[in-house]
Design a binder for this molecule. Structure first.
Ligand SMILES: Cc1cc2nc3c(=O)[nH]c(=O)nc-3n(C[C@H](O)[C@H](O)[C@H](O)COP(=O)(O)OP(=O)(O)OC[C@H]3O[C@@H](n4cnc5c(N)ncnc54)[C@H](O)[C@@H]3O)c2cc1C
Length: 375
């Protein structure tokens, strides 16, 4: 039973955004900036955002050398260029808007480890640099002259450096978005899961954590920003979930002889140093089918693979103890670009951010906000 005041003040909005990850918060912020008088509500099922945005590795990256080379099999050079451009611009925009100190951004460069089976990629550096010159004005990729300084095993034949990449704290970035949204007067309700949307009417049905009460909200416009979890609200979509595992070691006794964000295996494996610890994640390509899931569980096969890589390749001969692990779920589909489209008279979505949400989330939110403004 709701009071007259509750019904009058808490249920009707100009825009309701579902999901408070990078995309949802960015969408709400851009919309509110363009329409200061609009009432905007965000509904988030977690007590705080619990999607990929707070589970990721914090790489401020736009594609490793082998990842870009791999893209050439499925895309034209122009499409590959546009993809990199969108990601790099996205990174520059969040740094400009929130500042490096707030994001805990470190310009420590990106690196890729090449083993014998992908060492041929080193021969294509010049060609990829040529393609990207129009955007970066300088060479993006180069070979590290003395890779032995990193202390990796001799399985690593080359280390490729990318001086335009960095790393940040994704929780700090999310926190900054959250604060900006609050400053602008955007309401955020957490612990409320949306269970149904009537796309043409703008009706949003949500239930509380105890699942004992349904709330019927209404909006002029509805934005679905639930990424991997969108299938329930948009069953016709061809989104595929992809789980990612992250392991975090205890602080190492000796100093780590490198810094930066490192990739291996066409970008499927990634690692960085954080607070004297090793953060290591990925490898869903070692069990692709099982990782197409929305369950936040650890796949033992992938965990063992990552732990072996740490022992045999990253820190050969060093003692390493693990302290934490977690999983997060991304959304993929037939194309690498995000899906930003209307799916009803009053409803639009922005989903499928793949493994690049740090770079593109803000811009995707801007594009969804523009689309909503035109509806
Ligand atoms: C392990 C891992 C490592 C990654 N590493 C990187 C990296 O280093 N760099 C990079 O750029 N990207 C990385 N990514 C990808 C990046 O995190 C995502 O692309 C990005 O976070 C997607 O943001 P989003 O806002 O679209 O989705 P999400 O962050 O998933 O947000 C969706 C939100 O919707 C909420 N929600 C879901 N269903 C409902 C519902 N029914 N009602 C209400 N709320 C709901 C969820 O709780 C969640 O908070 C990684 C991802 C993972 C999983």
């Amino acid at each position: 039973m709701f009071s007259y005041w509750e019904q009058k003040n808490f249920f009707n909005y100009d825009l309701i955004v579902i999901g408070s990850g990078f995309t949802g918060l960015s969408t709400a912020i851009h919309f509110k900036k363009d329409h200061p008088k609009a009432s905007v509500l965000i509904l988030e099922k977690g007590v705080f955002p619990t999607g990929a945005s707070t589970k990721n590795a914090g790489f401020a990256c736009f594609g490793s050398l082998t990842e870009i080379l791999d893209d050439f099999w499925k895309m034209t050079p122009e499409e590959v260029f546009e993809l990199v451009k969108r990601r790099y611009r996205g990174l520059r925009q969040i740094r400009k808007n929130f500042g490096d100190a707030t994001l805990k951004y470190k310009p420590n460069h990106g690196y890729e480890l090449l083993e014998a089976e992908n060492a041929a990629a080193a021969d294509q550096i010049r060609e990829v640099n040529k393609l990207l010159k129009a955007l970066f004005k300088k060479d993006v990729f180069s070979l590290v002259k003395k890779p032995q300084k990193f202390g990796f095993s001799d399985r690593i034949k080359f280390v490729v450096e990318n001086k335009f990449e960095g790393e940040l704290d994704p929780g700090a970035y999310l926190g900054a978005l959250w604060e900006k949204a609050s400053e602008l007067g955007i309401r955020i309700l957490t612990g409320v899961a949306v269970v149904e949307i009537q796309k043409e009417e703008g009706v949003v049905l949500a239930e509380n954590l105890a699942k004992n009460r349904i709330f019927e909200f209404k909006a002029e416009k509805v934005a679905i920003c639930t990424n991997a979890f969108s299938k329930k609200l948009w069953p016709e979509s061809d989104l595929e979930p992809g789980r990612g595992l992250v392991l975090l070691s205890k602080p190492l006794a000796e100093k780590i002889p490198w810094k930066g964000s490192f990739h291996m295996d066409k970008g499927y494996v990634y690692f960085r140093e954080i607070d004297g610890r090793l953060l290591l994640g990925g490898a869903r390509n070692k069990d692709f089918e099982k990782e197409k899931t929305l369950e936040f569980e650890t796949n033992p096969k992938i965990k063992a693979h990552l732990q072996n890589l740490a022992k045999e390749v990253i820190f050969p001969g060093r003692k390493l103890e693990w302290e934490m692990e977690w999983t997060g779920i991304m959304a993929f589909g037939p194309k690498k670009s995000p899906l930003i489209q209307t799916i009803g008279k009053r409803t639009a979505v922005a989903v499928r951010l793949g493994g690049m949400g740090v770079a593109i989330g803000w811009q995707v939110g801007k594009e969804l906000s523009r689309l909503l403004s035109k509806m």
